[in-house]
Every structure is written in C-alpha cells, then in structure tokens.
Design a binder for this molecule. Structure first.
Ligand code: ACM
Ligand code: ZN
Length: 534
C-alpha cells in the first residue's frame, strides 16, 4: 500500500518498521491543553474524507490512552518547531515543545496518509486509513523558511495569497514576506494617507516583453488590501504557524507613493504610478521632514496590522541622482556632516529603525542598507553583491536571510534557474565569502518572486512550484540528508497534491532544461518577460 513514503521536506531522522496502523471507526485523538488546535486540524482533515469522525478529547494525563488513539503531548526537550512522531501498532504519539511542532507533526502525518487525504471533495469517503509505522524525530535546520510575493507590480489578491500560505505551511515554511509597495503600485490601505491607495494602487498601462521594452499592453491595472483583508490574511497565516512580514519600501522603489504625495519627493513635481519596470530615479526626499513623517505615519499603521514585530523596510536599488541635486537633501547632508549623498540612505534607515524600536518592532532590509552602517539588530536579506558588508554584519552578530539572486529568485525562467540549481543552493556554503564562523548567524532562506511579468495566478504558480519545494527542503532538512534524485520523486508526488488544492506548478519535465548551461545568465533578464501560454 505505502511502498513509497513521499515526505517533503525530508525529516531530520526517520526509522521505518514493517506494517501499518489503521485509523478508522473508534479512533480517537487526545490532546493536552495547548495542543487542541493542532489536534483539531488532524481531526478536521480526517473528517472531511472519512466515513467516521475522529473526536478530540482532552488529555488530563490521568489514564494512559488505550486502544486506537492519537495522543498529542508536550515535551520541553524537543527543540522549537520540532516534534517526535511515533506510529506504532496500537496508536500514534505526537510530542512537541509547543503548537508549531505539533502542527508540523500533523503535516507529516497527513503526508504519510497519502494524497487522497488532500482531496477536498472525494467521490468516496474512506472507511479506514493506513499509516505506515514510523518513528520520526524532526526539527528544522533554519528558523526562517520564507517566500516573498511582490504584489506591487501585479496584484494577485487574497485567494492566491491564501493558497500560497497554505502550500507553504504544508511543507513547513514559516515566513510569508509580503512586498506590498513599489513603483508600480501601493497595495495596502493607510488611513492617515488615503491617497496612497486612491492614487497609488492604480496604473493606466503596463510594460510587456522585457526590461526596456517599448511595448505596453494598454490595460489599466489596480488593486489593494483593506485593513480588514490584511487582518484576515494574517490570521489565516497564524493558524498555519506562518508569520507575515510586511514590506513597505522606501526610499527607492516608491513611485506609487510619490504619485499620491509628490510633496515627499525631492523635486515635488507630479509623477504617475510607474507603468514600466526597472530602477526609477525619483525617490523619497531625505531632506524634507514631512517625507520622514509620512514613512513613520505609514509604518505606525502597518505595525498595528502585523503582530510579527518585524517590518521589512526595503532599501534596495536607490539611485542618488535626485538627492545630489535637491537643496533639502544637501541641507541635510550639511547639518549631518555627510560627505556624499549615499549617506542619506543610512541616515534614513537609522531614523526609521529608531522610530520602530520605540514600538518594539525590528527591521529587515535588503543588503544595500548595510552600505552606511547599521547595528547588529537589523536582519539583512542578502540578494546580490556586497558580500563583504554582509560578512561584516554577521561578524558583529547580525542575522542574515539568504535570497541569492541567481538561485532563489522564482521569477526567473527555469532556463536561468532550473529546479536543481535552486535545490543545490545552500545558505551556509554557497556564498563563498561567508566563513564558517558566521554560519550561526544565518537565520535562514527565502525565495522571492518579483511579479513584473507575472500577471496571472496560473503563471504565478508555474514560477513558484516546484521550486519553492526545493527551498522548503533546504530550509528544513539537514544538509547531509538532502538528495536531489529522491527530492525530484517526492516533489512529483507533492505536485500532485498541490494540483488538488488548485495549484498547478510547472511540470517536472520542464524544470531542469538540459541546455541551460549554454545560456549566459544575463539573457534571463530578457527571457523572463517573454509571453508564456498565459
Ligand atoms: C531586489 O531584487 N532588488 C531586492
Ligand atoms: Zn531631497
């Protein structure tokens, strides 16, 4: 029956015995206080596809569970997010130090039950479920196992976001980085600055083809999340032990905000929400106090929406052209004794950091924010270049999340970033500048998806899967347990489950193109935007 166990990510340690345990009529779930919700998730999942119901009983610790029982209990010796799962002849024991580990044990158990467990509308409900007898001791390799969705360029909406969060949780990923603002769109309502969505969430037209292409599709595009939408997504994610990290991007990549409030740019001239992609010269003015007030006012409302106490402040790709010419920025440089305009970025980030620190919120930023000195409390997301600054940050005790451009950007075509390349990227060993003494400062791994050319949900899922499964395994599984051939088989099985949930990834026969090595990597900037079937 279960000749293949297709667990993804592969657990840290697993032993398999002969035989199976059968869950059916009479099976019960017992949970100690604190793990009822995770036990309930198992009960719900089984209930949907079975002729029998599996009630959850409170475990008062009085009598040992007898009969066909799934017990959930707490064990402080198990590391954070880890769990022990014992499927024996007479029952199942789940132990964890808290709810996240119990949740991951349930995900493993659901994978052990086979793909039919995921069918939301089965033709026939099962009378019994066989679970292979295993003993699993599991825990993640990294604390941060993330995915970033850019909704600034294309708004995909709540339904797609929930599907992605659901899929992430099932493969034990735990950080959803929500890139909500960019040159081409502002996607979250802010009460004190209503024009951010009134003006900033819409654009008239969109570039198609490739970066620098003269072609446009002539179609308006827009969309944003109300505060209620955001709360709904955050709660949905929290139920799945996924932390949502919002990104509000300044001082670059903020044309949509400047279109809404031109008085916070250097020139004060009207600009339109961008309809083409790439790096824009118009940036936030660091000389004008009202510009900093706007950012702080926005962040004050944002942190109220997200319990994560962590905000991504962007900070990448900020040209200095406007700052160099702006009298306000030059005045700031004089009063702050700065030698060159680039230092304005460090000044800005430190001010925002201090403002948020007063509210108990820390910041994450793209690696460019290291250029002008930040303390070690900042989490740096590493994508490209500046590896020396990164190592310096880690040497001072700073934490880093690895999102290396050529291996982990899921917007790249499979020609440029095949599945195998994503799978082989290692957060500790693939960036040669990072010494072993810094490995403990690697918080984890995150795969970003930038949506310039990703207009539809179908294309979105095509880009994300199966590569996100590779990222999930790297984030969770010990390095010496990873094996690409086995991963590919398990990814194929997992893709079938994803399809049942309405997520059609790229087929396994296109994700490792044999000829990719013959294509020079900058070519991907061109091919990324080429029309697919959708
Ligand atoms: C980035 O890709 N500009 C962080
Ligand atoms: Zn300025």
């Amino acid at each position: 029956m279960h000749t293949n166990i297709a667990l993804l990510p592969l657990p840290a340690a697993m032993e398999r015995d002969d035989g199976e345990l059968v869950l059916g009529e009479g099976t019960r779930i017992r949970a100690v206080s604190g793990l009822e919700k995770e036990a309930g998730a198992l009960s719900d999942a089984l209930g949907l596809v079975s002729t029998f119901a599996v009630p959850v009983e409170a475990d008062e610790g009085s009598s040992p569970a007898a009969g066909n029982v799934v017990t959930f209990h707490l064990d402080d010796h198990i590391p954070a997010e880890g769990y022990r799962l014992d499927v024996k002849g007479e029952g199942i024991t789940v132990a964890a130090s808290g709810p996240p580990g119990a949740f991951y044990a349930v995900q493993t158990l659901l994978q052990l039950l086979g793909p039919a467990i995921d069918d939301p509308a089965p033709e026939r409900k099962e009378e019994a479920w066989a679970v292979p007898r295993v003993r699993i001791l599991d825990q993640p390799r990294f604390a941060w196992r993330g995915f970033m969705l850019d909704e600034g360029r294309h708004f995909h909406g709540k339904a797609a976001v929930k599907k992605l969060i659901d899929a992430m949780a099932r493969v034990k990923m735990n950080r959803f980085h929500w890139h909500l603002t960019d040159d081409q769109g502002w996607r979250v309502a802010v009460d004190s600055y209503p024009r951010l969505v009134e003006v900033g969430s819409k654009r008239d037209d969109t570039q198609v083809g490739f970066y620098f292409s003269p072609m446009r599709n002539g179609k308006p595009h827009g969309g944003y999340y109300s505060k209620q939408d955001v709360r709904e997504v955050v709660a949905y994610a929290a139920d799945r032990h996924v932390t949502v990290v919002p990104e509000v991007e300044f001082p670059g990549h903020c044309t949509a905000a400047l279109a809404a409030y031109p008085e916070v740019s250097c020139t004060g001239e009207p600009v339109a929400v961008a309809t083409s992609f790439g790096i824009k010269k118009d940036v936030l003015c660091i000389g004008k106090e009202r510009a900093l007030e706007l950012v702080q006012g926005v962040l004050d409302e944002i942190v109220e929406l997200f319990p994560s106490r962590l905000v991504h402040v962007g900070g990448d790709e900020t040209p200095r052209d406007r700052w160099r010419e702006c009298p306000d920025c030059r005045a700031r440089m004089t009063t702050e004794a700065m030698k060159e305009p680039g230092e304005l970025q460090g000044y800005f980030t430190r001010r925002i950091q201090a403002h948020l620190a007063r509210k108990g919120v820390s910041i994450v930023g793209w690696n460019e924010i290291l250029e002008h000195g930040l303390d070690a409390s900042v989490v740096v997301q590493y994508w490209l270049r500046h590896a020396d600054a990164l190592v310096g940050h880690m040497a001072r005790g700073g934490k880093v999340v690895m999102s290396q451009y050529l291996s982990l950007y899921l917007n790249h075509d499979y020609i440029a970033t095949p599945l195998r390349k994503t799978y082989d990227f290692d957060p500790a060993f693939s960036i040669k500048e990072v010494p072993e003494s810094c490995h403990a400062n690697i918080e984890g791994i995150e795969a970003p998806l930038w949506s310039e050319w990703i207009r539809t949900e179908r294309r979105l899922f095509w880009q994300v899967f199966p590569r996100l499964l590779a990222v999930a395994e790297t984030g969770w599984t010990p390095r010496d347990r990873k094996d690409y051939a086995s991963f590919r088989d398990r990814a194929r099985a997992c893709s079938q489950r994803l399809a049942v949930w309405g997520i059609e990834g790229a087929p396994m026969d296109v994700v490792d193109p044999p000829w990719y090595r013959r294509i020079a990597w900058p070519v991907h900037l061109f091919i990324e935007g080429q029309g697919r079937r959708y």
